[in-house]
Design a protein around this ligand. Structure first.
Ligand code: NDP
Length: 498
């Protein structure tokens, strides 16, 4: 691995200069403008990044359109070989990529190394394999002497727009099926976490991916690279993971050209714990579903509902576990929770804590900057894992997505009541149910309005399954064949037999 940008302890060694990747070349933005990327643990600059404009997007689209002509016609088996190679190269660079993801997001390196980078690699190997077995339909129209068969074809150039919380996982979750299906792409990573997308471009080049198949354009969202990608007439499909309001803005811009859209958006996910659940297990997993990645995971269960019989015990034990979490240096393998992504985001999360108190909520633990942090980290974006009780369901803290290490816990009495309360939100991404009553588990799962439901577990993913949200949490599904539904277009061919 090259010289570290940041050392354990937070000392910055150097500032790296990132570039766009267009048509197989690493280049600066046409305007030459750059913006700064900071280490969340100290808020010091670790990278400068090209601020791309319309001309840069134009160049990327041109190269992706050109590459599409070749890539879309390449046999699936050939395309799969490239994806498999990328998967292998990601694992070869496991240490480097985990380190960079930890530094860019401020997340614990243990999480990046143990889960995210291996998963980014698996996204490629999974879709490389899956693509070989995707089939289409055939219909025999026997009363009319005809047959119909369905051809599945790539769509064209895709704009893949990603957030900052799980950068490489979410980028590869889009890039792998997009390329496997024969499309070419332009990636626009979050301005806050541009590093691993740039590394992915390096890996693609090393894997010999033809020029222009994968492009990376850095910049901002509105009136910048993101919006210029969405509004470009030659970009035929847009996959976004981000906030609901961003989905709405993109939908407005994309409507002009009726683009295909896939949105994975915000959530305010209920975590329902019945009295018959295995409490120890529910607590172990709830700590993760509450505070993993500083609570900056769209699937975090931020509204915890606990059956009244076990409410006091559950709260006491949850608080005890939250207090035991090790918050600190992202690069320390022992760290459970790192820094929040930015000062602005920390401010937003803290504002919700003020609202909670004003609305009569009680912060049982957390809500403050951890006291034990070394001097070097005092300028970073820190917050202790926070547990709030005593709020009613209509207050903003229970209704709105906070996207930080903050959970609310509320008691409930009956199954009907908790289903209604869980559904009392305009989001519908995921839900977790803890019970040992099989019938109840099925009953509740079928009535909860969410695209992904876990029973007695959390974050367990099989990449063949449909992933996405209901209501304001998304549009469409990705995963397995559902990704191919999005990244391909179907064409029916009808033949009248003589
Ligand atoms: P944002 O919506 O702010 O940004 C997501 C991406 O969209 C960024 O690259 C951003 O650019 C870009 N963008 C913003 N506005 C526009 C626009 N008008 N046109 C084109 N692109 C635009 O989300 P965050 O990065 O803050 O991520 C957090 C959000 O993501 C949370 O709401 C979370 O729930 C959601 N999320 C959902 C997941 C899911 O699977 N459902 C998974 C993970 C996160 P830039 O920021 O650089 O300006």
């Amino acid at each position: 691995m090259a010289e570290a940008i940041v050392e354990k302890g937070g000392v910055i060694n150097k500032v790296i200069e990132l570039k766009n990747f267009i048509g197989g070349k690493f280049i600066d933005s046409v305007s030459g403008k750059r913006f700064e990327n900071r280490y969340p643990a100290t808020n010091e600059v670790i990278a400068t990044v090209p601020e791309s404009g319309r001309e840069d997007v134009e160049m990327a689209v041109e190269s992706a359109v050109k590459a599409f002509k070749v890539w879309s016609k390449m046999p699936v088996k050939e395309r799969s070989k490239y994806l498999m190679k990328i998967s292998e190269l990601i694992m070869e660079r496991l240490d480097e990529l985990s380190y960079l993801e930890s530094v860019d997001v401020g997340k614990p390196i243990r999480l990046a190394r143990g889960m995210e980078i291996p998963r980014a690699s698996y996204n490629f190997s999974f879709f490389a394999e899956f693509a070989k077995y995707v089939h289409t339909e055939f219909y025999e129209t026997d009363d009319r002497g005809a047959i119909n068969y369905v051809l599945r074809r790539p769509v064209g150039v895709a704009g893949l727009i990603t957030p900052w919380n799980l950068p490489l996982v979410l980028t590869t979750w889009k890039v792998a099926p997009c390329l496997a299906a024969g499309n070419t792409c332009i990636i626009k990573p979050s301005e806050l976490t541009p590093i691993t997308a740039t590394k992915l471009a390096e890996i693609a080049a090393e894997a010999g991916l033809p020029d222009g198949v994968l492009n990376v354009v850095h910049g901002f969202g509105p009136n910048s690279a993101g919006e210029f990608i969405v509004s470009h007439p030659d970009v035929k499909l847009i996959s976004l993971t981000g906030e609901t309001t961003t989905g709405q803005a993109i939908m407005r811009t994309a409507s002009q050209h009726l683009k295909k859209l896939s949105f994975e958006l915000g959530g305010k996910n209920p975590n329902i714990i019945f009295a018959d659940a295995d409490l120890e297990q529910a607590l172990d997993v709830t700590i993760q579903s509450s505070f993993s990645n500083q609570g900056e995971v769209c699937l975090c269960g931020s509204r915890i509902y606990v059956e009244r019989k076990i409410y006091d015990e559950f709260v006491e034990r949850l608080v005890e576990r939250a207090k035991r979490m090790k918050v600190g240096d992202p690069l320390d393998p022992e760290t459970d929770m790192g820094a929040l992504i930015s000062e602005e985001h920390l401010h937003k999360v803290r504002t919700y804590l003020e609202i909670a108190v004003a609305d009569g909520g009680k912060i049982l633990t957390g809500g403050k900057t951890p006291e034990h942090l070394p001097e070097k980290f005092k300028s970073g974006n820190w917050l202790e894992p926070t547990v709030i009780v005593g709020l009613n369901d209509n207050c903003r803290v229970i209704k709105e997505e906070i996207f930080g290490p903050v959970v609310t816990v509320s008691p409930f009495d009956t199954e009907e009541e908790v289903i209604e309360r869980a559904n009392n939100t305009h989001y519908g991404l995921s839900a977790t149910i803890w019970t040992n009553d099989l019938s109840r588990a099925h009953r509740v799962a079928s009535q909860i309005e969410a695209g992904v439901i876990w029973i007695n577990t959390w974050f367990l993913r099989d990449l063949r399954t449909p992933f996405g949200g209901m209501k304001m949490s998304g549009l469409g599904r990705e995963g397995g064949i559902y990704s191919f539904e999005f990244y391909t277009e179907l064409k029916n061919v009808c033949i009248k037999l003589q």
